[in-house]
Write a protein that binds this ligand. Structure first.
Ligand code: PXL
Length: 281
C-alpha cells in the first residue's frame, strides 16, 4: 500500500556552491524545510579556494547542458511546476537559456535573486551579465529580492537609510512591474536589520533586531528560495516575504561555524527544538 503525496513542486536555477552554504544546495534545503519538493538546474559550479583567501573558482555549465536539465524538470512535472527561483547565472548565454525556459510555459511565481556580483568573473564580462539579467530576466520575474548593493545597481540610487531603501524599492517596482523585497540587512545603520517590501500598492517595512554585524553565507539564497516556497503553497507575496524573513532570521540565529571568514545560516532554524528527555524519578 502506498499514498500519492502531492507537495508543491519548486525549481531553483542556480549555481552549485560545493560547501553547501549558498546556491542550489541552500535552495534545496530551504524548499525541503518549507514542505515543497525541490528540483535544481545548475548554471555553474563554484569551488571556494582555501589556498587563496576562499576566493571563488567559477566553472560554467555549458548552455546546452542547462537546457537539458530544464527540459527534464519541466517535462517531468508538466502541469505541476509553476514556481521557480533564479539564483546565480554566471553568463549571458545562461541568461538566454533561462529566459527561453521561462517563456516556454506559464509560471505563477518567478522569484529572481538578482545575484549581481558574480565573483570569479572578469569585470567586463560581469557587467554584460548584469545588464542581461536586468533586461532579460527582471521583466519575466514576479518578485525580486535585491540586497543593498543590488538595489543600488537596479535603481541607480544611493541607499544609506530606510527612506532611500523605500525609494529604491519603489523605483525598481515602477521600472519593472515586479514586486520587490529590497534587503537592507545589516548594511544600514541602526539596531534593526530592515527590509522593504513593495508591490505597487503595499509598502511594508520588515524589521528584526540585528544578530551581530557580519553577513552570513546563504541568507540571500535562502530568503529568495523561502519566498518561492511560500508562494508555491499559495501565500501572497507579502505573506511569503514575511515568512521568508522569519525563516532566515531563525537560521542566522542558529548559524554554523566553518573555516570560511563568515558563518553559514542553518535552514532548520524554525524547527521545534527536540523535547528534553526527562529521566524518570
Ligand atoms: O550568495 C550568492 C551566491 C549565489 N550562488 C552561488 C554562490 C554564491 C556566493 O558564494 O556561490 C553558487
Amino acid at each position: 500500500m502506498y499514498n500519492i503525496h502531492s507537495p508543491a513542486v519548486t525549481m531553483t536555477i542556480a549555481g552549485s556552491e560545493a560547501t553547501g552554504g549558498a546556491g542550489a544546495q541552500a535552495d534545496l534545503r530551504t524548499f525541503q524545510e518549507l514542505g515543497t519538493y525541490g528540483t535544481a538546474a545548475l548554471t555553474c559550479i563554484v569551488a571556494y579556494n582555501p589556498q587563496d583567501n576562499w576566493n571563488h573558482r567559477l566553472t560554467r555549465i555549458a548552455p546546452e547542458v542547462l537546457e537539458q536539465q530544464l527540459e527534464a524538470i519541466q517535462a517531468n512535472f508538466a502541469g505541476q511546476l509553476d514556481t521557480v527561483k533564479l539564483g546565480m547565472m554566471g553568463s549571458v548565454e545562461t541568461i538566454d537559456v533561462v529566459a527561453n525556459a521561462l517563456q516556454s510555459q506559464e509560471w505563477k511565481n518567478v522569484v529572481l535573486d538578482p545575484v549581481l556580483i558574480c565573483k570569479g568573473q572578469e569585470p567586463g564580462e560581469a557587467q554584460d551579465t548584469d545588464q542581461a539579467l536586468k533586461s532579460k530576466l527582471l521583466p519575466l520575474a514576479t518578485v525580486t529580492t535585491p540586497n543593498h548593493f543590488e538595489a543600488e545597481q537596479l535603481s541607480g540610487m544611493t541607499i544609506t537609510n530606510l527612506a532611500e531603501l523605500k525609494d529604491a524599492a519603489r523605483k525598481i517596482h515602477d521600472d519593472s512591474g515586479v514586486a520587490v523585497l529590497a534587503k537592507g540587512g545589516i548594511r544600514l545603520s541602526g539596531p534593526e536589520a530592515v527590509d522593504v517590501f513593495y508591490d505597487g500598492s503595499n509598502l511594508q517595512v520588515l524589521g528584526v533586531p540585528k544578530i551581530g554585524n557580519h553577513a552570513v553565507s546563504g541568507a540571500g539564497c535562502s530568503l529568495a528560495a523561502a519566498v518561492a516556497a511560500e508562494l508555491s503553497k499559495g501565500r501572497t507575496a507579502l505573506e511569503a516575504a514575511e515568512r521568508a524573513k522569519d525563516f532566515v532570521t531563525a537560521g542566522i540565529n542558529q548559524r554554523i561555524a566553518a573555516e570560511t571568514p563568515y558563518d553559514i545560516m542553518w535552514q532548520g532554524g524554525l524547527r521545534r527544538k527536540p523535547q528534553q528527555v526527562v529521566s524518570p524519578e
